[in-house]
Design a binder for this molecule. Structure first.
Ligand SMILES: [Zn+2]
Length: 459
């Protein structure tokens, strides 16, 4: 990817160092044995300069060279991992998370569209964007691919708050020109113009990245999908997000709306929307041919287990998707508000169960990969996100294995780092996030008295 057009609005502290157990992935545990993929340092020192990891290694090796002026933070009671990546989430749906009783298409009409209509009020959008960013950081998520609403100011509100935290976020204005309430509709032309203006305003400004965002095939005409394809040529490094094969009723509807297309994915392919940096949410009801298309195109799929279970959508075939013979890039999505938690630990708790119901075992190393380096690969950002390694952006989470009385008791009986991570996946949630660092700045501290969230400031 090309460098940012402009530097971040705020710079993090120039030099900081974290000490504690550190764990991240260096390779794909769906392709290689788990043991070959882990970077685990029991007492690590991570030196951060200008928002980037400058050095990482055993504390005993690196400490003698450490400058006395450096701000050294002791996390020896925690577990230091890369910040989590959420490959699919809707910030305007925070107000209807946990809505009762429906499947996808009725759920959109009953809950989602009314919630998104309230974003006509720019002040409401700003309030929810502020809350959403804080809830992400509280859950240890430092990068997310985010749907806003059809209103351009919903995107401005989101990126403005992300810029204040200096988080690397990917987001865009939803495009819908049919099959939704009139106040939420744009047109192919207006959607194009509003998106182009947002791309000019936000894409690669600091750490912000723009994502062209047709909601899904049923709410866009072919003209609008073609316009979305044209938008991808407005700037380098743009992203594309939409939904794919989430629910059987939706798949059938797409077949009726686009009878000339060979498959649901083919509707997007015909508009030029299937390529690197394209992320398709759910993909529960796809076929082998769709997996092959995604593999060849370098497109990603977002596995959203809490949502797929909550809305009764079905079971994503993760192990089929990542088959090493034609691996598809898969990220992990919360899909709030269809999903029931912004915590990727909770996503992994449910991903394990979805895998079990499809005849597979998702181990802890594979789980951590999906939430970190795997997500970065799905987004084609694995040159800078998802690892604890020199040159990587210092988006870092400190997990607390003793976060609750039960975790404290259970983790006393863990015999390996893999078991510890698995127990955190199963029992953990935002309570298990002790601190979150964004580009090296301590933006969230669970145990800080007073305000737990802080925008980065000059050192
Ligand atoms: Zn979604």
């Amino acid at each position: 990817m090309t460098p940012e057009r402009t530097p971040p609005a705020r710079t993090p502290p120039a030099r900081i160092a974290l000490r504690g157990p550190a764990l991240s992935l260096k390779a794909d545990p769906f392709a290689l044995p788990a043991g070959d993929c882990l970077d685990h340092i029991e007492d690590a020192l991570i030196v951060i300069e200008d928002g980037v990891i400058a050095a990482i290694g055993p504390y005993a090796d690196l400490a003698p060279g450490l400058s006395p002026e450096i701000d050294l933070i002791d996390h020896r009671t925690g577990l230091i991992v890369p910040g989590f990546i959420d490959a699919h989430v809707h910030y305007p749906q925070l107000q209807m998370i946990g809505a009762y009783g429906t499947q996808l298409l009725e759920w959109l009409d009953a809950y989602t569209f009314p919630a998104e209509m309230s974003f006509a009020d720019a002040a409401h959008a700003e309030r929810v964007a502020g809350l959403f960013l804080r809830e992400l950081l509280r859950a240890g998520t430092t990068t997310a691919m985010v749907y806003c609403t059809v209103h351009p100011h919903s995107v401005d509100a989101f990126f403005a708050e992300s810029e204040r935290f200096n988080t690397r976020m990917i987001a865009g204005k939803v495009l819908m020109d049919r099959n939704a309430p009139a106040p939420l509709l744009d047109t192919a032309q207006r959607g194009f113009e509003e998106s182009a203006a947002l791309i000019a305003r936000w894409h690669r400004r600091g750490r912000q990245l723009y994502c062209v965002t047709p909601r899904f095939a049923p709410t866009s005409t072919e003209a609008q999908l073609d316009a979305a394809g044209a938008l991808l040529h407005e700037a380098n490094g743009l992203f594309l997000q939409t939904h794919l094969c989430e629910n059987p009723g939706e798949v059938e509807w797409v077949r009726e709306l686009f009878p000339a297309r060979a498959s649901y994915l083919d509707v997007y392919a015909a508009a030029g929307l299937v390529g690197p940096r394209s992320m398709f949410g759910h993909a529960v009801h796809v076929h082998e041919g769709d997996f092959c298309t995604c593999h060849q195109a370098g497109a990603g799929l977002a596995h959203c287990p809490t949502s797929n279970l909550f809305l009764g959508s079905g079971l994503f075939r993760l192990f089929e998707a990542v088959d090493p013979r034609r691996p598809v890039r898969v990220g992990l999505g919360t899909d709030v508000g269809g999903g029931t938690s912004l915590s990727q630990l909770q996503s992994l708790n449910e991903a394990y169960k979805v895998a079990a119901l499809t005849g597979h075992k998702l181990n802890a190393v594979q789980g951590l990969y999906l939430a970190t380096l795997g997500g970065a690969r799905a987004l084609h950002l694995d040159d800078r996100l998802g690892r604890l390694a020199p040159g990587y952006e210092a988006d870092i989470v400190v997990l607390d294995p003793k976060a609750t009385p039960l975790l404290g008791f259970r983790t006393d009986y863990c015999n390996s780092i893999e078991e510890l991570v698995f127990v955190l996946m199963t029992l953990g949630d935002d309570r298990a996030v002790r601190a979150t660092y964004v580009a090296g700045a301590p933006v969230y501290d669970r145990d800080r008295t007073g305000e737990r969230f802080r925008y980065p400031t000059h050192a």
